[in-house]
Each structure stands twice: as structure tokens, then as C-alpha cells.
Design a protein. Sequence first.
Lengths: 205, 205
Amino acid sequence: MPQAIVHIVDDDASLADSLGSLFRSVGLQSRTYGSTAAFLEADLPDIPGCLVLDVRLPGVSGLDFQGQLVGLGIRLPVVLMTGHGDIPMSVRGMKAGAVDFLPKPFRDQDMLDAVAAGIARDGQRRAVEGDLNRVKDLFATLSPRERQVMGLVTAGKLNKQVAGDLNLSEITVKIHRGSAMRKMQARSLADLVRMAETLGLRQTA
Amino acid sequence: MPQAIVHIVDDDASLADSLGSLFRSVGLQSRTYGSTAAFLEADLPDIPGCLVLDVRLPGVSGLDFQGQLVGLGIRLPVVLMTGHGDIPMSVRGMKAGAVDFLPKPFRDQDMLDAVAAGIARDGQRRAVEGDLNRVKDLFATLSPRERQVMGLVTAGKLNKQVAGDLNLSEITVKIHRGSAMRKMQARSLADLVRMAETLGLRQTA
DNA sequence: TTCCGTCTCATATCTTCGTATGGTGGGCCT
DNA sequence: AGGCCCACCATACGAAGATATGAGACGGAA
């Protein structure tokens, strides 16, 4: 991983510092936040990352915060840690998608492994999401008709059939089809079908 | 869910029985096994199901057994339960894909919820796997050449290009292409592309 | 040996696709 | 009013695809 960042949210400054040192020792950037609010106000760099979160925080529970993040569209993988945890707590965290749940005290290596897994997961997500966004952006440039035609064409219909379904002449369909191909930067119908698949396009009619 | 079955693996017969009653009370079939070996010897019915597994078993640990199941290709969702567990144990179980991890004593409702989630997950998996197997079976009927041609065609190549890549005449490519379409029961190129996607076909050359 | 499937190719015909050229009309923004 | 995008359609031509007919070669199974 060329660049990655670890976000540490913990009200215990000394622990946060020692975690920061630990990550630095393996070449990982890190930032620390004393509260969930501080984390939410910060700007997140656009590189793979991971959030190390103490479950016991002043105010909000780390588990609740984990849920909030999902609601806010922040998909950063979370490593939970806690001094006083129990099984239901850990299970809840894991069900909510946490990468790991580490009771304190934990071994440095366990934390590093967890964070590495989280960063890897974020890298994966970014790659997939990047592809999706590229396709979405292209799709956004299509006119309504072009989208319709693309949907029907990628459903396997012939130009003639598309024309019938939309009450158009076949010529017009060809034009929209051509525009869609050009705008989507698809070099073949197979390409276009895959993009439609990525977009979840399901236009049977 | 029209039909589903819960498999209970526990050496404590009385607990197994009471679990069986619990599941029966909500209309769920169940079978109990006194050991992991007994479970492995049994025939699993071909309906959605869920495995309720005690972590502490004579001989093998439930967690190890969970790993074995994956190796054996048994993808039944697992609900873990234990009388003497700790956080690392629960985290390990959840990481390995368990639906839930319930410390004893647990509330009946928690167990029912977990099992319901497991069965739902298994239903999903079965649906997806069913589609995949259907496509795989069709693909298995293709001759080597037909597969090759299908790969290249679904990669977006023209018949002419496929012919060049494989040192064939374009006519021959068309024939293989037609056979592939027929055998795969694809009614359009779009269909074929999606099947290739399902199969993970990635033939750039 | 005969039969069958596979692989190969040719000729021929028809359909479908891609695209260019050219034109009409509507809506929107400046 | 002019410019621009969208949507629509026609004619026309060449490329590509689908299919049928016919045919030779190989190898395995009955």
C-alpha cells in the first residue's frame, strides 16, 4: 500500500499517542481525535484508511457511532477496541461490519494485523466504488432516450424491437444506440452490457 | 420460508432437546447430533437450513469445526453458542462467518432470530448458487473451441478478430459462436455476456 | 466398420448493425 | 434572435452477424 491513513478516535490521549507511534513504526500515517465529533468535523483524505475506535467514549457509544457512520455514508472500515467489553458487545460490533474487536490490553501485532486488514478492505471498496462511479458519471451524460435505448439494447433486444417498444423508427433507435455507445465509451456491445450490469439496469419492458 | 431445517450439534442432550422444542414451536424442523462426526455422517436435505453449534464439544472445538465445514464445501450458516466464552472466541467465530454467537444462557427469541437470519442467508446463497450451477452445467456441454470462441466474443471481439486470434476462418467462428449460443440457451449476445460474467470468464487473448 | 461428434471451410442469402448525410421541430438559455 | 441540445425520421451503403447447404478430416464409441 503506497499510502494509507489510520484514524484513531479515543478520549485517552496517552493511548492514542502510543497507537500513533505504533502505526508510525510500520510506516502508517495516523491522526488522532479526542471525540467522535472531532472526527466528524475533520476532512478525510481520499486515500485508503481505517478507523480505530474505542467502544467506551464520553457521550456516544462506539457501537452507536459505528452505526451513525454507515448512515452518513462513511464506509471506513472500523477496528473496535475496548477495556470493558463482553461477548454481546463484540458480536454486535462484528455484525455491524467491524474488521476486528480487540479487548485491551491487546498485542501490538494484533492491532497492526487488524488495521492492515481494514486498509486492505478499504482499498478493495475504493476500487469497486471507483469503477462504479466512473460508469455512473458516464451514464449521467446520457439523455433520457439514450438511457431507455441502452436499457433495452443491453436486455438483448434488437433495434427493431426497441423501436417497437418505444414507438420509434429503427433509424432513431440506431442513433440513440450509437450515442449511448459513444458517451459510455463502450467499444463493444459486450462492454455496454457489462456497464448496464454494473449499474443494475434491469429494463425488461 | 416454506421449508427449512435446523441442525443442532451439541453433546448436551437435554439442551439439544429443549432447542428442538423451541424450533418446533415456531414450525421449524430440526435434527440433533451428539457430535460433529455424527453431523458429518448425516445426509443433509436439499432445503435451506442453519447449523446451531456448541463451541465447547468433546474432541474438536466448535470453532475448528466451523473451519472444517468451509473446507468440506458445506456452506451452511452457523450459529455459535457457548457456556464459557470470551471475546476473542466470539470475534474469531464471527470473522469465520458465523451468523451469531450466543453466550448461554440466551433468550429463546435471540436464538430464533439468529436461526431465522441464518436460514434467510442460506436461502440467498442457494438462489445465487442455483443460477451459477445452471450456467455451469450449460457451459460444460460446450466443446473446447466453442468455449474459446465464447470467451473472445463476450470480450467484445468481432468474428473477424476472433478468427484472427485463433487462426480460423470467419465462417468457422460463426459456426462455433452459433453453437455456443444454442447450447448456452442464450437468446441474445447480451445474455451470453452476462453468463460469461457469471462464470468469471476473462479471456483477453 | 459404422456412427457420431468435433473441427474445419466455402458459397450464398438474409438480417441486423453502424454511420454518414440531410432535414424537421421543440425547448431552453443567453 | 441565435445557439444548443434533444428528439425524430429518411435514404443509402458497407460491415457484421445468422443460417442453411455441402463437404472433408479426425478420433472415439458402439
